[in-house]
Each structure stands twice: as structure tokens, then as C-alpha cells.
Write a protein that binds this ligand. Structure first.
Ligand code: ATP
Ligand code: MG
Length: 429
């Protein structure tokens, strides 16, 4: 038994192989039956002949429907007309499961597709999505392991908000109330005092009530926290990390990118240095970028979409006014109204994929910011302790892996980038 991709090989021509998988396409004439078989690796055309199989076996084979599962034995031949250049001449087969009717096909509505995601993930398109996601997740970890970071595991059930109360998911917790974590940042910050350079890939949960093309209520959050560095150095690391991931996808997923009809030029262009622009500069250029903004405006999905349709490479926006960002960001000592932070916006109209920056590491400053934001110091006692005992300068970031995947694959909605999207309207399958 071998994989289809390994059977597409000149050295096997004339040899007998056994393949197993699912019916991807099937059609037959009175004497010939063409089964395109798929497995996780590829597809191959297989042909069954009435003369060789006998009438009974031929009839059963020809009556199979899409996605039935079977194993096939036969001789490999080269055939330029066949979909992947080779053909298997079926000598025998065994059927595992014969489908009555497979409900999912290409021309289905978006809702029907989402209701049947457990079946749709078998499609060639979604298989490509899953393979590219797999590369992205691995490359993210590889990058940090190669650079001396440790992977850590923060808790998912927490008692504090990191990104504001409005998107908190509440969970009953033995008579108390817990929340599903919105970000692992605060816990990552605790780890730098033992490990200095840490990262995690964990789910984050946000009760996003507005439905946009880029918000999920459960998403995969890749976060890093680094001792002794500031905002600029943090951006240097992120730029290398994103380029490392893109390179890995270009190296390993060419076939998948092709199935998704992905234009490769913007990905290749993104291997060149990323531009950096302050929030101020962005505001003053906003009109010429087709999205007139005034100072103090926040950037949402629509604004970023317009701005980023002008770019084919990611762009860092830095030094936001402090009222636009959460309390833990460190103000710029030279201009305390601005904070030492950044967002990384993906090109081709995608917008924010990373939020990051330097964290406040002075105790009084952080206490003041917590009070100014109407939060209770006692809720953050352990976070404040980090500023009480051996505090150090440090920076970190959070990358939405589903958003990165959506951009890399050029998908028009984040729900197409994750196998089982969770949104305000969707908890199934
Ligand atoms: P946005 O402004 O788009 O709502 P945010 O600024 O609230 O995002 P951060 O708190 O900075 O997001 O989170 C870090 C990263 O996590 C974001 O840059 C984004 O890539 C990702 N992210 C945030 N919220 C979501 C979500 N609801 N679904 C998917 N990814 C998200
Ligand atoms: Mg952000």
C-alpha cells in the first residue's frame, strides 16, 4: 500500500501497486470505468475494463458514487491525458464504504457548506488550506525554536481581561465566574523572568458581536514575549518571523497554492523589507491612500482594507495615540501621548495580523494606567508583581494565525481559513 503521490513515478511504470482512498470523480461507458481516486497526497486516474474485471465487478465499480472509499490494485502506466500524468489499470478492488449520495459538491451555498464543513474539508481546496495551515503553524514554532525561544503553555481559563471587558466570554467556575482567555500575553510576561524568550500557540476567545470578514470568536493566537528589547527590535523579529513562514509555504506548498489559484507575486514581494510608518504619518497620507482619516481615528477592518489595497508587502504602523490602545502599552518617553507599539498590516487589503509593542515595566506607571482605565489593581496583583520584583524592559506581540493564513492563501473570509469557525452565529459542526 502506498500514497498516490508516491505512485506518480516513472520507476513504477509497468509495476503493480495498491492504492487506497476515496472516489474523487467517476464516469463510465459500457466497457470502461474511469475512477479518479484521491488520498491526502494527490489524485490519480484509474481505469477499470469490463474485459479484465468481469461483468459483475465492473458493474459494481461503475455504480460507485463520489467519496466512496476503496482500495485498488493495478499496473501503473504513463498517460499524458490523465489528470496527473499517470493511470492505474485496475486489476482488482475492495470497497470499504459505498455512499448513497455525498451531499456536498462545488455549487453549494455558503451556509450549506459551513453546516457541512466536516465533509467539505475533504475537498481539494480545503485539503490545500489545511496543508498550508499546517506549514504555517510549524514554521512559526520552528522560527522561534531556531532562535533560542522556549514554548510555554498559559492557561485558557482566567480571571482577568487583557483586551477590555466587552468581548469576554464568561464561564461558570464553581460558584465564581471565569473567562476564556482573550490573549495569553500577561501569562507570557510572567515566563520571561525564568526563560527570557518565550512563545505560545494557543486559542484566544473573543465574544465579537459584530460580524466581519476577519473576526472569529475562537482563533489561534501565536504570541511571543521577549526580555530586554524595545518596540523597534520587536518589529525586526516579527518581520523575520513572517518572512520565515512565507518562505516555508513557498518551499513546501506550491501545489496547494496552485489549487487555490494564489498569485505568488505579493508573497515573493513580502520577502523584501517591510515599510514602517508612524500613526501620524499614516493620518497625513491617508487621503492619498484613498481612506481620509483624522487624528484620533481608530483603524478598523474597513479602513485597513482600503489603506492596504495600496500595498503588496506588509506594513508596520507605529506610535499610536495612547487612547486607542490597551493600558499595558509603554508611552514614548519623548512624547507620552504616543505609545511604543505597532500593528502589522497585511497587504492586498487584508489589514491587521499582528499587534505588539513594548510593555510598561515601571510599577507606578502601570498602576496609574490601570486606575485610569477604571480597572481594579487587586485583579491584576500578579501582573503588577512582575513590576515589583526584578522588573525589566520587554516587548511582545500577538499574531492571529488564521488571519495570516487567510492572507497567505488570499481567501475572502476568515471562515475559509479555519476548519471549524466559531462566530456569533456558528457553533456547529
Ligand atoms: P481588531 O482590531 O482587528 O479587532 P485587535 O486589535 O483587537 O484586532 P489584538 O488584541 O491586537 O487584536 O490581537 C492580536 C492579533 O490577534 C490581531 O492582530 C489579529 O491578528 C488577531 N485577532 C484579534 N482578534 C481576532 C479575532 N476576533 N479573530 C481572529 N483573529 C483575531
Ligand atoms: Mg491590535
Amino acid at each position: 500500500m502506498q500514497s498516490i503521490s508516491s505512485a506518480l513515478n516513472d520507476s513504477l511504470i509497468g509495476k503493480e501497486v495498491e492504492l487506497r482512498g476515496w472516489v474523487y470523480r467517476i464516469r463510465s461507458t459500457a466497457k470502461l470505468c474511469f475512477v479518479v481516486l484521491r488520498d491526502s497526497s494527490n489524485i490519480i486516474q484509474c481505469v477499470g475494463k469490463i474485459d479484465e474485471l468481469g461483468e459483475e465487478k465492473f458493474k459494481i465499480l461503475s455504480s460507485l458514487t463520489i467519496e466512496s472509499s476503496l482500495s485498488l490494485k493495478g499496473i501503473i502506466r504513463k498517460d499524458e491525458r490523465a489528470v496527473t500524468g499517470y493511470e492505474l489499470n485496475i486489476s482488482d478492488y475492495y470497497i470499504f464504504c459505498r455512499n448513497v449520495n455525498f451531499p456536498v459538491s462545488k455549487d453549494i451555498s455558503e451556509d450549506f457548506e459551513l453546516d457541512n464543513r466536516h465533509l467539505w474539508i475533504r475537498s481539494r481546496e480545503f485539503t490545500a488550506v489545511l496543508k498550508i495551515r499546517s506549514t504555517i503553524f510549524k514554521a512559526f514554532s520552528d522560527f522561534f525554536y531556531e532562535n533560542g525561544y522556549y514554548q510555554v503553555q498559559p492557561p485558557m481559563m482566567v480571571s482577568t481581561a487583557t483586551e477590555g471587558g466587552s468581548t469576554l466570554f464568561k464561564v461558570p467556575f464553581f460558584g465564581e465566574e471565569a473567562y476564556l482567555t482573550q490573549s495569553s500575553q500577561f501569562y507570557l510576561e510572567t515566563f520571561i523572568f525564568s526563560l527570557e524568550k518565550v512563545f505560545t500557540i494557543s486559542p484566544s476567545f473573543r465574544a465579537e458581536k459584530s460580524r466581519t470578514w476577519r473576526h472569529l470568536t475562537e482563533y489561534w493566537h501565536a504570541e511571543g514575549e521577549v526580555a530586554w528589547i524595545g518596540n523597534e527590535e520587536m518589529m525586526d523579529i516579527e518581520e523575520k518571523m513572517i518572512q520565515y513562514i512565507i518562505k516555508a509555504v513557498l518551499d513546501q506548498n506550491m501545489d496547494d497554492l496552485k489549487i487555490l489559484n494564489r498569485d505568488l507575486e505579493p508573497l515573493k514581494d513580502s520577502l523584501k523589507p517591510f515599510k514602517r510608518m508612524t500613526y501620524d504619518e499614516l493620518i497625513s497620507q491617508s487621503e492619498s491612500l484613498g481612506m481620509p482619516l483624522k487624528y484620533g481615528d481608530d483603524l478598523g477592518a474597513d479602513e485597513e482594507r482600503k489603506i492596504m489595497s495600496n500595498f503588496t508587502r506588509p506594513l508596520f504602523i507605529t506610535h499610536f495615540p495612547s487612547e486607542l490602545k490597551t493600558f499595558y502599552h509603554r508611552p514614548d518617553p519623548e512624547n507620552p501621548n504616543l505609545i511604543l507599539c505597532h500593528d502589522l498590516l497585511a497587504p492586498e487589503g487584508y489589514g491587521e495580523i499582528i499587534g505588539g509593542g513594548e510593555r510598561i515595566w515601571n510599577l507606578e506607571e502601570l498602576q496609574q494606567r490601570i486606575r485610569d482605565n477604571g480597572l481594579k489593581e487587586e485583579d491584576y496583583y500578579w501582573y503588577l508583581d512582575l513590576r515589583r520584583y526584578g522588573s525589566i524592559p520587554h516587548s511582545g506581540f500577538g499574531l492571529g494565525l488564521d488571519r495570516l493564513a487567510m492572507w497567505i492563501m488570499h481567501l475572502d473570509n476568515i471562515k475559509k481559513a479555519i476548519p471549524y469557525p466559531r462566530t456569533i452565529r456558528r457553533l456547529k459542526p
